[in-house]
Write a protein that binds this ligand. Structure first.
Ligand SMILES: [Zn+2]
Ligand SMILES: [Zn+2]
Length: 108
């Protein structure tokens, strides 16, 4: 493959976002623009990963003090009774450390 602007042989460029052919003189190749949407997708994915790393679980809106770390908000998880003979079963998942605690009879 050769550069569409200056005709120089393209070199394989490796970046955290992927690999593509690029002109050593820095000319943009028309084929690269077609790959643009997938770059955006990866950036969004990275943003989500950062959010999780910050430690705040956006689903953790229920008042519940974690027994392990003492954090005051937890995510309510319902485990459907469809898979067993028991009643629906609820767990509180700590928004900070992820510790899950089974609730017995507290919620109906
Ligand atoms: Zn070029
Ligand atoms: Zn916790």
């Amino acid at each position: 493959m050769f550069c569409a602007s200056c005709g120089t042989l393209l070199r394989l460029q490796k970046t955290p976002y992927g690999k593509w052919m690029s002109c050593p003189n820095g000319h943009t190749q028309p084929t690269l623009q077609q790959e643009q949407p997938s770059f955006t997708e990866k950036n969004q994915h990275q943003a989500k990963t950062v959010q999780v790393a910050d430690g705040e679980n956006i689903l953790a809106v229920h008042d519940h003090v974690c027994k392990r770390c003492g954090y005051g908000k937890a995510e309510l998880i319902e485990i459907s009774a469809a898979y067993s003979d028991e009643d629906n079963n609820y767990r509180m998942k700590c928004g900070k450390c992820g510790f899950t605690e089974r609730l017995e009879g507290k919620i109906k």
